[in-house]
Every structure is written in structure tokens, then in C-alpha cells.
Design a protein around this ligand. Structure first.
Ligand SMILES: *Cc1c(COP(=O)(O)O)cnc(C)c1O
Length: 448
């Protein structure tokens, strides 16, 4: 491959690439990354950046982790890919076993796909067809939480419609019933009342509830108590409505346990279907899985093909992805990974009081390795200029952040060294000071 200079890379990108979630006319030039190591990214000029958002929340054990890299390289020379219809292979079977061993009850089966959005599409299709196969074809409504984000394909967009990301597509999205998030004690009752009312009147028409357990990520790191999520689950179970957990973000240790579902289970709530993706391969390969209980799987068994889940992707159960995921899961078996997760949470907790009394900050919060807060601004809205200012200012100081509107957050890779995170908090104090002393632009509406 041709070696590009920093300038050549940016020119080539500007000529040919169209970036996600980006207004290409006004966006600052992208960060030109040529190398990653542990929690750091390096640009073509040799500058080093702390990846404080784990590259859109996918990275777990650090960039270019040698154990995962070697697992992929070894797999690539044995079996790079084979279709998964009528065929199986060792990494897919071993990974499925490991996922079910690690997943909370009652997960029993693994359906592979490619990314978080497809994991959600699969879950929705399973839920719809589950009821059809059982002869309850009226059960085709979906309930979701206000502000939830489930991905960018059409079914996922429909369930995340209230996030406001999808206005241009609104007329093509199937209708979904939204209930309040219940993000604080004062709105939990409203959320439960809204769900109760829906279930009382329409349970016979509702297929499933879709929920990001504990953290609504893209909405701006909105937290929910596990006891509240459990309440929602219990009510659905009692009313004969399936529960889908979207753990695309919360899975693989982000909330302090391997799955957020484990914390919900402590309060007696459980899902019938769990979607996982981002951290699944440690941030190396695009891959996802939709886990289901035995009863969900069993509803598709019949002597008729039409009762089967007629869904699949060319790269379903890609062996390179499976090998990466197996290596990433094996790293969770090492104590140091969990010690790192606890250390990151402890650092967040230690800084919490400082953030709580900072005049520029509102609502600082911590859930596992995730820390977030809102920027306070007395200025009126100036579009997305403030998000860009924050991003650019942090970048100049060697840290990659990506505010969600006026929400700033840390989602570091677990291998992040203590001094790197500590330094990031010091830098935050410095940035907030600049933010306060200048006529800073107001927090913007930048998405994702
Ligand atoms: C990122 C995300 C998705 C979508 O995953 P993609 O791999 O980007 O399609 C779905 N749900 C949640 C909770 C997410 O954070």
C-alpha cells in the first residue's frame, strides 16, 4: 500500500470520502489517523491522541491489541469466510457457546449478523414472527423509550424515531408507542404508568418492548436505575409482551458488569432477546449477535419453511469476527480487565464531587466506565458550533471527544492508563476554564 503524507491523506479523503453523521460542507477536516496503540491514536504527523470515546464506543482492550490481532491473523490463514446457511465452523460454534455461558438467563441461542442496527432488525423481526408463528398475528406493535437510539436502518430508526435524528425519513417509519424514559426517580412513575396503560388496553396488539438497559447512549448518556428497568420487564412478562434489550452500547463491561442485564436481573427483570455488537470483537471487526431465550427459538420450529426466520447476511458469523470476539472474551477472563474497569469507575467517582460543584457543569454522573455531564451555557443556541469548539479544543490538547449536543462524556478503553484518564480530567478543567472565560459558543445540536 502506498504511504501517504498527512496532506495527501486529507486531500484524498476530501476528494472521495463521505463521512457518517457529518455535514460535509461545514465539517472541520477529519483527524488523519494512521496508527493506534492501547488507548492512543496517532496522526500522520506523529501527534498522539487519547481516544476518550473508544472510537464510537467499540474499543475495549485498546487499539491494535496484539492478542486480538494475532487471533485474526491466524484465523485468516485457516478460514477467512464461509457462508453460514447449511455450513458451520469452529469459531462460530465456540463463540456461541461462550456468549451463552457469559450471558444472563434465559439466553440460549445466538443469531449472528454484522452491526448493531442489523442486530436490532433481527430482534424486531423475531418478535413480530414469534407472535405470528404462535397464531397471535395481532401482536405487531412495538413499545420503545423516548429518546432511545437503536441504529440507522429502517426498523431501528422507527424504534428510535423520538430521538429526532430521522426527520427526513419520518413518513417511511412504522409507528411505535413511546413511553417516558424514567431517567430519574421523578419520571419513573410516569414511565410505569404509561406502560401500564398501554398494556392494559393493548397488550393483545403489542409484540415487544425495546430498551437500552441502564444507559441511553446516543441520547446523551441518560441513565436509568436497574430496579426501574426490571419493573418494566416484569410488567411486560406478566402481560405477555417480549422484552428486547439493546446492549449494543452497554454490553461488554461498559456499565461495570459484562452485560447491563446482569444488574437488571438482580431486581428480577429479564429480557427475551438481547442485541450485542460494538464491543463484541473488542473493536476490531464489524459483527453483531442477537441472543434469544429457548422459547423464542422454539417458536420458529415447525415442518414448514415459512415458520423459519428467513433472514441472513452474506457475512453472517464471519470467522475473522468470531476469532476476534473469542480473543476479546478471553481477555475478560483475565483479572486485569476487571481491575481496570473498576479503576476507571473509581477515577470517575473521585472526580464527581469536583464536577458537581463546577459552575460550568450540570448533572455529572457515572455508570461503570461511563462518565457524562452537561455543559451549562447562558448563551442561546448557535447550532453546532459549540460541539465543534469543544471537540477542536480537546483535539489540540491531544484528546478525542465527541459531545452529544451539550453532553460531554468519557467512554475510555479499559486498558487506559491511570495517568491518561487523570490527565484527561485535568485537561477538562482547563478547557472549561477557557470555555468560561471566552464568549464561548453555546452548546450545539451536534448529533452522535
Ligand atoms: C451504536 C448503537 C446501535 C447501532 O449500532 P451500529 O453498529 O452503529 O449499527 C444500536 N443501538 C445502540 C444502543 C447503539 O449504541
Amino acid at each position: 500500500m502506498k504511504q501517504l503524507t498527512h496532506t495527501e491523506l486529507l486531500e484524498l479523503d476530501a476528494q472521495y470520502c463521505w463521512h457518517p453523521f457529518t455535514q460535509m460542507q461545514t465539517a472541520a477536516p477529519p483527524l488523519a489517523v494512521v496508527r493506534g496503540e492501547n488507548e492512543f491514536l496517532f496522526d500522520a504527523l506523529g501527534n498522539k491522541y487519547f481516544d476518550a470515546v473508544s472510537s464510537w464506543w467499540v474499543n475495549i482492550h485498546g487499539h491494535s491489541n496484539p492478542v486480538i490481532a494475532q487471533a485474526i491473523a491466524k484465523q485468516a490463514t485457516e478460514l477467512e469466510h464461509v457462508m453460514f446457511a447449511g455450513v458451520t465452523h469452529p469459531t462460530a460454534a465456540l463463540l456461541a457457546e461462550k456468549l451463552i455461558q457469559h450471558a444472563p438467563a434465559p439466553m440460549a441461542k445466538v443469531f449472528y449478523s454484522d452491526n448493531g442496527s442489523t442486530a436490532i432488525e433481527v430482534a424486531l423481526k423475531m418478535a413480530f414472527q414469534y407472535w405470528q408463528n404462535k397464531g397471535a398475528s395481532d401482536k405487531k406493535r412495538i413499545v420503545a423509550l423516548e429518546g432511545g437510539y437503536h441504529g440507522d436502518t429502517f426498523g431501528a430508526m422507527a424504534t428510535g424515531k423520538s430521538s429526532g435524528f430521522y426527520d427526513p425519513f419520518a413518513s417511511w417509519l412504522f409507528s411505535v408507542d413511546f413511553i417516558p424514559t424514567g431517567g430519574c426517580a421523578c419520571t419513573e412513575d410516569d414511565a410505569l404508568a404509561a406502560l401500564d396503560q398501554l398494556l392494559a388496553h393493548s397488550a393483545s396488539e403489542i409484540a415487544a418492548l425495546v430498551i437500552e438497559p441502564l444507559i441511553q447512549g446516543a441520547r446523551g448518556m441518560r441513565f436509568m436505575r436497574p430496579a426501574h428497568v426490571a419493573e418494566l420487564c416484569k410488567r411486560c412478562e406478566a402481560a405477555g409482551v417480549l422484552v428486547i434489550f439493546d446492549e449494543v452500547f452497554t454490553g461488554f463491561g461498559r456499565t461495570g458488569t459484562l452485560f447491563a442485564a446482569e444488574q437488571v436481573a438482580q431486581f428480577g427483570g429479564q429480557a427475551d432477546i438481547i442485541c450485542i455488537s460494538k464491543g463484541l470483537t473488542g473493536g476490531f471487526m464489524p459483527m453483531a449477535a442477537t441472543l434469544t431465550s429457548q422459547p423464542v427459538f422454539d417458536a420458529f420450529l415447525s415442518d414448514q419453511v415459512s415458520h423459519a426466520l428467513l433472514h441472513g447476511h452474506s457475512y453472517t458469523a464471519n470467522p475473522l469476527g468470531c476469532a476476534a470476539a473469542l480473543a476479546s472474551l478471553a481477555l475478560f477472563d483475565e483479572e486485569s480487565t476487571w481491575a481496570n474497569i473498576q479503576r476507571i469507575e473509581a477515577t470517575h467517582q473521585r472526580w464527581l464531587p469536583t464536577l458537581a460543584c463546577h459552575p460550568r457543569i450540570e448533572n455529572p454522573r457515572v455508570c461503570g466506565t461511563v462518565a457524562a455531564f452537561e455543559l451549562k451555557s447562558s448563551h442561546s443556541q448557535y447550532g453546532s458550533s459549540a460541539s465543534q469548539w469543544i471537540r477542536q479544543t480537546f483535539l489540540e490538547l491531544g484528546i478525542v471527544v465527541r459531545p452529544l449536543g451539550n453532553t460531554v462524556y468519557w467512554v475510555p478503553p479499559y486498558c487506559t492508563a491511570p495517568e491518561t484518564l487523570e490527565n484527561a480530567y485535568q485537561t477538562l478543567m482547563h478547557v472549561l476554564q477557557r470555555w468560561g472565560s471566552m464568549n464561548a459558543p453555546s452548546p450545539g445540536s451536534e448529533l452522535f
